[in-house]
Design a protein around this ligand. Structure first.
Ligand SMILES: Cc1cc2nc3c(=O)[nH]c(=O)nc-3n(C[C@H](O)[C@H](O)[C@H](O)COP(=O)(O)OP(=O)(O)OC[C@H]3O[C@@H](n4cnc5c(N)ncnc54)[C@H](O)[C@@H]3O)c2cc1C
Length: 454
């Protein structure tokens, strides 16, 4: 099919849909983005209020793929990225009554009180353990087998809270952490594999994949604004309610409220699977059931701002609180120490997240109950004498982060089957390929490439 004969409907104007749109625009392939809300950006949203600039959803991304690096370079004329200051390399983990820095090298690894001596000694033998044979082994079992319980509790558990707000007993590394899974499968060891990988020659485009934390000058919304400008406002339709896709002889009919109607060769869905039943009534219930089995963590995000900060020094990325510590707060990110102009001078901006897979009950708490928990727990965690913030903003996400467990194989097979059965129908978004902003941009680039080449 000639490029000009293709016409793509992209459902959802979050970072995934907008990145696909941007790539198609560059390739001069006609497309329309359909968004049900009256704003674009999906969960990415930055608010400026009373001298604070804060995120209500994702707080930052990681330069972990060549696609995100390339996208930010391409959009530089519209808005500029901001990489986090040096402080961001330091991650704090709460144990007992205080924070400890997550070890970053051999010496700190030996001296840290986070891990037990028997596990520190055991780790020396990690390269000699047999590799796992069960591709559906969960993360908890994998880490206990190779590193020991204290590494699970005080390194991997908080790491998984930070990315997935998840439970290591549910997460299956083959699908959720493929790089880690492949280290063991390919090299037989995490440590040995990481060393060998570092010595392997890198592809040219990997040099800029620095794994730095990034946002945009002025917040992540500026990335969405830049994409909107590059894609063209006229190609994005907001307030599209009750969208309905109907396959026909020549492709797909898209219809919706206000006489919305159009014919397309391709449909790319970037929305949550809970939307599929209404969007794609031609899908069988069995297939929908498989998609609906994908669990999402409920997350309550709270932003707290202080005009004058009198708590502990904020010289880190933030602090994570292992599940074992039995707190209601999962993590606190020190946004104003990572990025510029997020709080008044001498002030502070903190991003707190609560809930997740193992504390779903937090989602049902009232604002007052949340504030009471914050007062009690943050006063101790952050050494705040008079807890009297100048800004409190609470946002609840009932379907925040997808959890890739042992059902993933069935879900991926169903996607492949349906994409073959309905040529031109493409499933994207959080149902596969990772949950972070960089994963979404990588997926979007792959899908756009597939459409351009196919
Ligand atoms: C609270 C929270 C914190 C996070 N923190 C981080 C972080 O710090 N770092 C990081 O890298 N990642 C983080 N993530 C993950 C990351 O934000 C997401 O993976 C990414 O932004 C999702 O983008 P998306 O376009 O795939 O989906 P979304 O942003 O969800 O966009 C989907 C869009 O589709 C629209 N839509 C839905 N249904 C329909 C329909 N029927 N018709 C038309 N439109 C529809 C929605 O309104 C929305 O605009 C976080 C996610 C959440 C929820």
């Amino acid at each position: 099919m000639k490029q000009k004969d293709k016409k793509i409907a992209i459902i959802g104007a979050g970072i995934t849909g907008l990145t696909i749109a941007y790539k198609l625009k560059k390739a001069q392939i006609p497309f329309v983005v359909f968004e049900k809300e009256n704003r674009i950006g999906g969960v990415i949203n930055t608010i400026a209020k009373n001298g604070f600039v804060f995120e209500t959803g994702p707080n930052s991304g990681v330069l972990s793929s060549s696609s995100i690096v390339q996208l930010l370079e391409d959009l530089n004329e519209y808005s500029q990225k901001e990489t986090a200051g040096k402080n961001a390399a330091k991650r704090l983990i709460w144990k007992g009554t205080q924070w400890h820095a997550l070890p970053s090298g051999l010496l700190s690894g030996i001296t840290t009180p986070l891990f037990l001596w028997k596990d520190k000694i055991r780790i020396l033998g990690e390269p000699f353990h047999h590799k796992g044979k069960n591709p559906l082994e969960n993360l908890s079992a994998l880490v206990k087998r190779r590193l020991g319980n204290s590494f699970l509790d005080y390194a991997v558990d908080p790491f998984i809270l930070g990315i997935y707000a998840g439970d290591p007993q549910y997460i299956v590394p083959k699908y959720a952490l493929p790089k880690l899974y492949n280290l063991e499968q390919k090299y037989g060891s995490f440590i040995g594999g990481a060393i060998k990988k570092r010595k392997e020659p890198k592809a040219d485009d990997q040099d800029k994949v620095t794994r730095e934390i990034f946002s945009m000058k002025g917040g992540l919304q500026k990335l969405i604004d830049a994409l909107e400008q590059a894609v063209g406002k006229e190609n994005i339709k907001t307030n599209c309610n009750n969208l309905l896709i109907t396959p026909n002889r020549v492709g797909y009919q898209v219809s919706g409220n206000n006489n919305l109607s159009g014919q397309f060769t391709h449909i790319v869905s970037t929305v949550n699977p809970a939307e599929y039943k209404a969007l794609f009534p031609f899908l069988k219930q069995n297939d929908l059931d498989i998609f609906m089995r994908l669990p999402y963590a409920k997350v309550t995000g709270v932003t707290i701002g202080f005009n004058n900060w009198e708590g502990m020094p904020l010289n880190a990325f933030g602090g994570l609180i292992p599940f074992k510590e039995d707190r209601n707060i999962l993590g606190v990110l020190f946004m104003s120490s990572m990025f510029g102009n997020r709080a008044p001078e001498n002030g502070a901006l903190l991003n707190i997240f609560m809930g997740g897979m193992r504390k779903p009950e937090i989602a049902a708490l009232s604002d007052d109950e949340i504030k009471q928990i914050l007062k009690e727990e943050l006063s101790e965690l952050m050494q705040i004498k008079n807890f009297n913030p100048d800004l409190v903003y609470i946002k609840r996400y009932s379907k925040a982060i997808a959890q890739y467990g042992s059902d993933s194989e069935a879900r991926l097979k169903t996607i492949a089957f349906l994409e073959q059965k309905f040529p031109g129908l493409i499933f994207a978004g959080s149902i596969k390929d990772g949950v972070g902003i960089a994963d979404r941009v990588q997926q979007a680039s792959n899908i756009a490439g597939q459409i351009i080449e196919g």
